[in-house]
Design a protein around this ligand. Structure first.
Ligand code: ADP
Ligand code: MG
Length: 703
């Protein structure tokens, strides 16, 4: 039986249609104005919206409401309050006020704050974000909110993102006015994140401490088959996976999450989901919900969805491609080359602004995707390197080069412009170019930022991109604002000439996975921040603090608090991994080695006793190699404990969190890597029935 998908779509969302039906006309108009122009919402409007929301929510089975927010944990947070309100007669009514809608006061003391919120001031508050629609999940009305400390500092990922959207809007509208676009009153960033993930059988998952505690395997010999046959990418969906994907799509559609594309990815057991793009902050909310529903829906199918960046060694990890562009309130995509020369000028200014932004703030872009998990991917020949560069494709590169060199741009036979030194080239959209290895690629009418890890919120990278582009536009504005009337095209020509000379070092159309590129990037003076601790150090550089404070994305205190939080998150992640590896070796793997070695020895002895002439050389060499591994791993346990103690000293002593992070990177990770190597070699020699946990063979080919 086919379902009525249009009726299902958005059925659990307090969307425009519901608002129009439920709200008095003047209240509806006032709310729309707030949503579109970010104007202040009067309390009477809030009250009216609250009543409508509650009515709709209760009709749809809701008993509770929650202010839903995105603290620095990387997950979302919620605390549910019921609508019940006792009456004098001892009954209850379902009640919800405007005040409860617009503001909540959760105790914030247990969320990461990086020292921002002194413990005596535990209160934080959540403020309704009317630009992202409320929705119902599990009989609760979810109200998207921003989360701040009581003195107004951001404690979440949404607040800075909203601030960056405001900065970008301001600078983009200003620039467009200068270019003669008086019709544009607002500009929004649009985002479409392609989400990769793995599915494994839940029963198998439950037997592995590393998957349970870390989301990735810490040991495990490779399966005989990996991704080398290239047979999984876009392969036919297996029935269990297909059923899961169907179910997931419906759950997402009910919440107006525009899930569009699904397919098998490169690695065995790996898949991808891509939605249709939306306004940046809605896309961020929807990506958080998507990740949550991916996990929840998997449970219903006896599966577990792994969102870690590198769940398995030896095969691809998971990333998230962040498609990004700019849209005007008039519906123009500003990164669309357009059809007319005037549209081309506009396009070139915005294109150049993005190039400048990425070159000037490549370090911040890298930082925006930094994390212990993603460090396993970047530069691993499966994902872009840690060097941020831009792929433009041959045609656009040639367009910019022709401007730089004052040459005429002649594409094929269609030279459409008069010739003159100060005339910009005319060109049309060319989507033939494709490049898979660039971290930041132009794909026809948008940029695709490909360095994101699969598990992280997409708020940070978009916040950085918005802020950096806002700054580039602001600088361009200063250079263009004196242009004489009628001479804007020349002024833009000169501007682009200057800018491309300065920023062309960030352009690279070649293969980003090669060693030659790493060398070349070094010669060009580009950043190559290979690890999170190294990258985070740059977060607090003067240049970056200046950008983020001048555009009111962060205060200086907020930046330093985030720097602490991110470092701490890195340190804690590595600590948990180290402890898990310790436990897994001590409790699971070492006993398995020992039992198997003893059995081999026993059998060899029995053989020898039965027939003294028989050779037991193979058994002896096996027992000897297993015993060697046992020794190495046992003493490795001691090293883990020792370095854990070092890290702890650094955290609790006078040393900084940066030192603790460096110790994780330089001491703990090498130990873990080397133990893994020993363990994996030994595991390959041990029969499955001796291992207390499932192997890669089972995990990757079970579904
Ligand atoms: P491609 O084949 O170049 O990857 P798709 O049309 O398949 O392009 O889009 C990939 C992702 O990019 C989708 O999530 C899509 O919604 C998103 N996307 C398309 N246009 C835009 C845009 N203007 N802004 C942001 N994201 C976009
Ligand atoms: Mg993909």
């Amino acid at each position: 039986m086919s379902k009525d998908i249009p009726a299902l779509y958005g059925s659990l969302v307090f969307n425009d249609k519901v608002m129009r039906n439920k709200l008095p006309k003047d209240m509806y108009k006032a709310l729309k104005k707030t949503i579109q122009n970010g104007t202040h919402l009067e309390l009477d409007v809030a009250n009216s919206v609250a009543v409508a929301m509650k009515e709709w929510a209760v009709e749809n089975g809701a008993t509770h409401y929650t202010h839903w927010f995105q603290p620095m944990t990387g997950y979302t947070a919620e605390k549910h309050d019921s609508f019940i309100s006792p009456t004098d007669s001892g009954d209850v009514i379902m009640d919800f006020s405007g005040k409860e809608l617009v503001k909540g006061e959760p105790d914030a003391s247990s969320f990461p704050s990086g020292g921002l919120r002194a413990t005596f001031e535990a209160r934080g508050y959540t403020a309704w974000d009317p630009t992202s629609p409320a929705f119902i999940k599990d009989n609760t009305l979810y109200i998207p909110t921003a989360f701040c400390s009581y003195s107004g500092e951001a404690l979440d990922k949404k607040t800075p993102l909203l601030r960056s959207m405001e900065a970008l809007n301001k600078e983009a509208v200003k620039m467009l006015k200068l270019l003669g676009r008086d019709d544009v009153t607002s500009v929004n960033a649009t985002v479409g994140p392609e989400q990769e993930y793995f599915l494994v059988d839940k029963e198998l998952y439950n037997k592995r401490r590393d998957l349970i505690f870390c989301g990735r395997t810490l040991i495990g010999a490779p399966a005989p088959k990996g991704q080398e046959m290239e047979d999984h990418y876009f392969g036919a969906l297996k029935p269990r996976v297909s059923a899961y994907m169907h179910d997931l799509d419906e759950e997402l559609w009910k919440l107006s999450i525009p899930a569009k594309t699904k397919h098998n990815e490169v690695a065995p057991a790996q898949h991808e989901l891509a939605p249709i793009f939306e306004t940046a902050n809605v896309a961020v909310d929807h990506n958080q919900l998507t990740m949550e529903l991916m996990k929840k829906t998997a449970e219903k199918h006896g599966l577990v969805c792994l969102l870690h960046e590198k769940p398995f060694e030896g095969i691809n990890g998971s990333g998230k491609h962040n498609n990004w562009s700019l849209t005007t309130n008039t519906g123009d995509n500003l990164l669309n080359p357009g059809k007319t020369p005037a549209e081309n000028i506009q396009f070139l200014v915005f294109l150049m602004a993005v190039i400048k932004a990425v070159d000037d703030y490549a370090d911040l872009m890298r930082i925006s995707v930094a994390g212990a998990g993603n460090d396993h991917r970047l530069g691993g020949n499966e994902a872009p390197p840690a060097i941020v560069s831009i792929f433009l494709g041959d045609e656009l590169t040639e367009v910019l080069k022709s401007i730089e060199e004052d040459r005429y741009f002649g594409k094929h036979e269609t030279i459409q412009m008069d010739i003159g030194a100060h005339v910009l080239p005319h060109f049309t959209k060319d989507t033939t170019d494709r490049n898979r290895t660039s971290p930041f690629a132009f794909t026809g009418n948008k940029f695709e930022f490909r360095m994101l890890g699969s598990s992280a919120s997409v708020a940070n990278p978009n916040m950085v991109l918005n802020a950096a582009v806002a700054e580039a536009l602001a600088q361009f504005y200063e250079e263009l604002k004196e242009a004489e009337p009628g001479h804007m095209e020349e002024a833009v020509h000169e501007l682009i000439k200057r800018a491309i000379r300065k920023h062309k070092k960030v352009l690279f159309n070649g293969n980003g996975y090669t060693e030659e590129w790493v060398e070349e990037a070094k010669r060009r003076g580009l950043y190559n921040l290979v690890s999170t601790p190294e990258a985070l150090k740059e977060f607090i550089s003067d240049k970056n603090v200046k950008l983020l404070t001048e555009h009111h994305i962060f205060t200086k205190e907020e930046i330093f608090s985030r720097y602490e939080i991110l470092l701490e998150n890195y340190v804690k992640t590595i600590e948990i991994e180290a402890k898990t590896l310790h436990e897994m070796l001590a409790k699971d793997f070492l006993p398995a080695i020992s039992t198997y070695a003893a059995d081999v020895a026993k059998n060899a002895a029995a053989k020898k006793a039965f027939m003294p002439s028989v050779s037991t050389a193979s058994e002896e060499s096996l027992v000897s190699s297993l015993s060697g591994a046992y020794e190495t791993l046992s003493s490795g346990l001691g090293s883990i404990t020792e370095v854990l103690a070092h890290i702890n000293e650094k955290i609790s002593g006078m040393d900084s969190m940066q030192d603790a992070a460096n110790t994780c990177l330089n001491e703990m990770l090498p130990i873990m890597d080397s133990l893994r190597k020993t363990a994996d070699e030994a595991e390959a020699k041990i029969p499955d029935e001796y291992l207390p946990y499932p192997t890669y063979d089972q995990l990757l080919f079970s579904v």
